[in-house]
Design a binder for this molecule. Structure first.
Ligand SMILES: [Mg+2]
Length: 177
């Protein structure tokens, strides 16, 4: 895994964050959240972040979702982490297969952001690295990502410790615009 020593690492959860995945018979439909293509393209154009995904879905599902996102973005994610990079959540957990997404082994926590819809995925001591956004289940009127990219760039792009700014940016995603 190549993580640039010069840029912050900006990771995204997929299901419920950038896309929604609905089961249909033996397959599933993937829908991309409103304003996500513009948001991702603006962040990439800023050149301030190494951009990646961290999903607890399996490799084939992640590949399918990324293929669909690639069709509406001008770049490919540099880092792709899937279920294999998660660990089973220590008890108490709702379901035996519930996982967390540990970040410390990926790099310096001062410089890693995970944009997520579920704080339950945070490993111990890593909650401040989770930039929580409202969970998305397919509502076409959703505006969580509308106009959000400049706030990411200004607040998180070059700050020495992203954990001190994440909550403030997260609140903007929850504001109705
Ligand atoms: Mg999710």
């Amino acid at each position: 895994m190549k993580v640039s020593p010069l840029k912050h690492l900006l990771l995204f959860d997929l299901n419920g964050t950038l896309v929604s995945k609905k089961r249909r018979n033996h397959t599933f439909d993937i829908t991309i959240r409103p304003y996500v293509p513009e948001f991702l393209n603006q962040l990439h154009a800023s050149k301030l972040f190494t951009m990646g995904v961290f999903s607890s879905a399996t490799t084939p599902t992640v590949t399918t979702i990324l293929h669909q996102i690639r069709a509406v973005t001008s770049f490919s994610f540099e880092i792709v982490l899937d279920r294999k990079a998660t660990v089973i959540r220590p008890p108490p957990r709702e379901k035996p297969w519930n996982t967390v997404k540990p970040l410390a082994k990926i790099g310096d926590l001062k410089r890693i952001i995970l944009v997520e819809d579920s704080i339950e995925k945070a490993a111990k001591g890593e909650h401040d690295n989770f930039l929580i956004v409202p969970s998305w289940e397919g509502n076409r009127e959703d505006v969580a990502f509308k106009g959000l990219a400049p706030h990411f760039i200004d607040s998180l792009g070059t700050t020495p410790d992203v954990r001190l700014k994440i909550r403030q940016v997260s609140m903007l995603a929850f504001q109705s615009k």
